[in-house]
Design a binder for this molecule. Structure first.
Ligand code: G4P
Length: 528
């Protein structure tokens, strides 16, 4: 197949949701359609189970599973689909933010009863900022939930989206009869038997005909006619360009558990979802069909075996082809590297591949060369942008608890930070190290991994910080900036890249500081 056709047949996306909305179930049904797995229950949920004996042991278990589910690839109707795993748990939000830099589109799963939840809001706002095309899947229609119009309204209000339904439910919960598909103009009747649901599609050429009444009963038919009329009156007509540019979001209804409405979603997805998109670098925008290979690291996964400290770096291919045993330039180190066993992902297996195309993800074995955000190219010196750090939510001093192991501790911290487990800051005043994390659980993970993988011991000490703000000023020689540095010296630190960061101890003090130093901008992310 020609290079260009390989690009055209790729769709790389992520499924985002609040935990429990049905992401794992939907992923599994999609894989079943692709024939990538044979039975339900094959995709292991990597979420942290509620009420687990120890959340921390759950994280370790989850880490094992998430290697397997990092990338799930399958073929459907000649299309190569790559699903990138995006943890829903809030303590892993930063992982998900980074993965969202490697997707070309997303599917947002919403629980029909719970509506828009906290994590959905956060993740969708990141996608909106980047104009990532989104399809909404409203799940669990076999249960009682919110009225469809009300829910669509809530999605628009809370998520700031502009939706247009491409399918519409007929009843709900106990009365759930099926779905009218506006994309294909047909009806799917719900029988609660997931096998049957895959095949039972009834073409409805004329909504006014009595055929509809016979299928779903007079009352339901009348309601459906009215509702569809309303849909047409209220919502904009679907427009592929608007969807692809992130200004319009089609919505589907269904029940992932019952495999209902999933095929419709998938069929529409492969026809409208974008093929690999161009990406901005520090020097220029790179198009996927360029001959020379470029790609970037969006995730690093440490091996579960503490005796072998090797890691798997996940590279998203942006342009050209990535080939086995060919040297590529690591642009941060300015050194050439060659990979003899790049992994490609297929369902839950990984295997060595000779060639990969834009949109694909390859996993490269790494002994410490990579950190998140690194760029690989055929030879051009460019760096991909768009993997910012976000301000952590928790901050603690990290201290060495075993003076004989300070080297091991430094190395361990360094590598865990490269993996993106947490962020390290060094205070300007006294050089003390501060670890910032999104979730409090990460501190236990770090302590455990430092001990088991690096033989180092650490203890933490509390530190009162509300937010870390990256500082921007046009004139570092100005009196105002000098005054700021002098007055706030206790609250200044450098991040791992050497960027200056201000630790605000409350939102009030941040506000006051902003007012006092108007020429300085305080950013909550490291890229601005
Ligand atoms: P997540 O990955 O988004 O966290 O959600 P997951 O797919 O694990 O689904 C969360 C729960 O919701 C699961 O039940 C799952 O079976 C259920 N679920 C998913 N889709 C539907 C649906 O369409 N209808 C109904 N009624 N339930 C659905 P659980 O009891 O928490 O887990 P399990 O014991 O079934 O695995």
């Amino acid at each position: 197949m020609k290079f260009i056709d390989e690009i055209k047949r790729r769709r790389t996306f992520g499924i985002i949701s609040h935990p429990d909305a049905g992401k794992t179930t939907l992923t599994e049904k999609l894989l079943l359609f692709g024939g990538a797995i044979q039975e339900a229950g094959a995709v292991k949920s990597n979420k942290i189970k509620k009420g687990a004996t120890s959340d921390f042991m759950e994280i370790e278990r989850q880490r094992g599973i998430s290697v397997a589910t990092s990338v799930l690839a399958f073929e459907y109707k000649g299309i190569k689909i790559n699903i990138l795993d995006t943890p829903g748990h809030k303590d892993f939000a930063e992982d998900t933010f980074r993965t969202l830099t490697a997707v070309d589109s997303v599917i947002v799963v919403i629980d029909v009863a719970k509506g828009v939840e906290e994590q959905t809001e956060k993740l969708v706002s990141v996608c909106r900022m980047r104009n990532i095309p989104m399809i909404v899947f409203i799940n669990k229609l076999d249960r009682e939930g919110k009225d469809a119009f009300e829910l669509l309204d809530e999605i628009e209000q809370k998520l700031g989206l502009k939706v247009t339904p491409l399918s519409f439910p007929i009843g709900m919960g106990y009365d759930f009869k099926g779905i009218y598909n506006l994309w294909e103009n047909n009806i799917n009747l719900f029988s609660g038997d997931s096998r049957k649901n895959i095949v039972e599609t009834i073409q409805v050429s004329d909504l006014a005909s009595t055929e509809l009444d016979e299928l779903i009963g007079d009352t339901a038919a009348e309601t459906l006619r009215e509702e569809l009329e309303l849909v047409q009156g209220i919502y904009p007509k679907f427009d592929k360009e608007a969807y692809q540019s992130g200004t319009l979001q089609p919505a589907f209804f269904g029940s992932a558990l019952n495999n209902f409405g999933v095929r419709e979603l998938l069929d529409c997805f492969i026809s409208i979802a974008p093929t690999p998109r161009p990406k901005e670098s520090d020097t220029r925008i790179v198009a996927p069909d360029e001959k020379d290979f470029t790609g970037f690291v969006f995730k690093i996964h440490a091996n579960m075996d503490p005796k072998h400290r090797d890691r798997l770096a996940f590279i998203k291919i942006v342009s050209g082809t990535f080939e086995r045993n060919v040297s590529y330039l690591h642009t941060r180190h300015k050194k050439k590297l060659k990979f003899s066993s790049p992994n490609a992902f297929f369902a839950e297996k990984k295997e060595i591949v000779d060639i990969s195309y834009p949109g694909d993800i390859v996993g490269l074995h790494d002994t410490g060369n990579f950190k998140i955000g690194d760029t690989l190219t055929t030879g051009e010196l460019l760096n991909y942008k768009g993997i910012p750090s976000f301000s952590p939510e928790h901050f603690r001093y990290i201290n060495n608890a075993d003076p004989m192991k300070s080297k091991q501790l430094a190395k361990g911290i360094d590598q865990l930070m490269d993996e993106g487990v947490a962020q390290l800051f060094t205070l300007e005043l006294n050089g003390r190290k501060v670890i910032g994390t999104v979730g409090a659980l990460q501190y236990e993970v770090i302590q455990y991994r430092l001990e088991h993988e690096y033989g180092a011991k650490c203890i933490y000490e509390n530190l009162n910080v509300h937010k870390a703000c990256w500082i921007q000023t046009s004139d570092t020689d100005s009196d105002e900036f000098k005054d700021f540095k002098r007055v706030k010296s206790k609250f200044l630190a450098k991040d791992k890249r050497g960027q200056l960061v201000f630790f605000a101890d409350s939102s009030f003090s941040l506000q006051m500081t902003q007012q006092k130093y108007p020429s300085i901008t305080f950013h909550l992310t490291s890229e601005f």
